[in-house]
Design a protein around this ligand. Sequence first.
Ligand SMILES: *[C@@H]1O[C@H](CO)[C@@H](O)[C@H](O)[C@H]1NC(C)=O
Ligand SMILES: *[C@@H]1O[C@H](CO)[C@@H](O)[C@H](O)[C@H]1NC(C)=O
Ligand SMILES: *[C@@H]1O[C@H](CO)[C@@H](O)[C@H](O)[C@H]1NC(C)=O
Length: 385
Amino acid sequence: MSRLSVTLFGLTFLTFASAASLVPGRAFDRFITIWLENQDYAKAAVDANIADLKRQGILLTRYYAHTHPSQPNYLAAVAGDYFGLNHDENVRVPEDVFTVVDLLETKNISWAGYFEDMPGPGYMSDASDGSTGNGGWDYVRKHNPFVSFDSINMKGEHLLDLQSFGAFERALAAKKVPQFAFMSPNMMNDGHNTSLKFATDWSHRFLQPLLADGAFDGRTLVMLTFDECETYGVPNQIVTLLLGSAVPPALKGTEDATFYTHYSILSTLENNWELPHLGRYDVGANVFRVVADQTGYTKNKDPENAPAVDNSVSYPGQLNNETSKRLPIPVPNSKLVGAGGQPILEAVRLAWAGKDGQTPYDGSGRVNDGNRNPPIYKRPAANSP
Ligand SMILES: *[C@@H]1O[C@H](CO)[C@@H](O)[C@H](O)[C@H]1NC(C)=O
Ligand SMILES: *[C@@H]1O[C@H](CO)[C@@H](O)[C@H](O)[C@H]1NC(C)=O
Ligand SMILES: *[C@@H]1O[C@H](CO)[C@@H](O)[C@H](O)[C@H]1NC(C)=O
């Protein structure tokens, strides 16, 4: 039988069989993120289900989404930028924009996106007619960031990794849940068409089996989050909980007041698995402290403009629906070192070679303060419309 040694809280354990296929991370071996919709921090933090789940994990008390409406927040989490997107219509991001998928693949770390009520693997259309009998459109493309990236959707094998919740349940039963799983419940269960209580009742039910001892092989970090807050025109603070067997017992029921955004998902994955980076806003985003403390990462800090965080409107960019705000896709910064201690992903460097002078990404972790100050993008004049 194959063996793998896993170091946990300073103790080394041997795990067997199925764990042998896991690529061990420094603080966790699997990351599952589950996305709910549209709730303000102040309301969600006092919800009874959230409070109960918090006893089993860590509440992140300064976590900000990026903009409104939903879709750009989902794109940001996998690509390290949302490219000015300010709407929920179908978009296509060109093939030279890389994502978390490419980072994970450098180490053959298995991944999947699970979308409740998605009619079939890799479904590309914008919605599906409610399989839950509500007569509505329960799966929506705007909550599935992967299909919008040509670097993913042009590859058949990647489309096969975008599946329904049924596929997740089967993987769970077979103890074959991939090491990175991004999950969006349908429009009812994520709270979009229902209520905070509906979404957190569902989450509580859904999560309990995942948080039970032995639910997974390896140390699993489960992240429950909202895509954005409900009220527009405010900084966009949301509730995020970190749960699962990768949370040390001593941290259960605690709070972490480090400044985070959805880009922290990327930097945390990079830090945990020593992955290269995308050269965008993933570089400089704070790493979840529960992970940083275990890996010895010491670069977490408040961005210099944190007090001015105003992630309530989209900055200009390629995907903005106002032509006056359309700018080219920015060049990644190939000079930075990411939270994984690694350089930029080689494929990104090659795709953008020779354009280094134009990058707006400085690795500082600066956030959008677009309503008060000029946009975060300082583009060379020649590239402005
Ligand atoms: C851009 O999208 C927003 C959000 O859906 C919408 O309110 C606005 O009318 C759109 N603007 C244009 C120019 O299409
Ligand atoms: C990933 O898997 C491929 C195909 O199985 C193999 O050729 C490659 O060496 C693996 N890479 C790593 C980093 O394990
Ligand atoms: C959810 O609301 C949207 C409008 O925002 C509607 O088109 C859709 O049918 C609703 N879906 C369900 C399942 O109620």
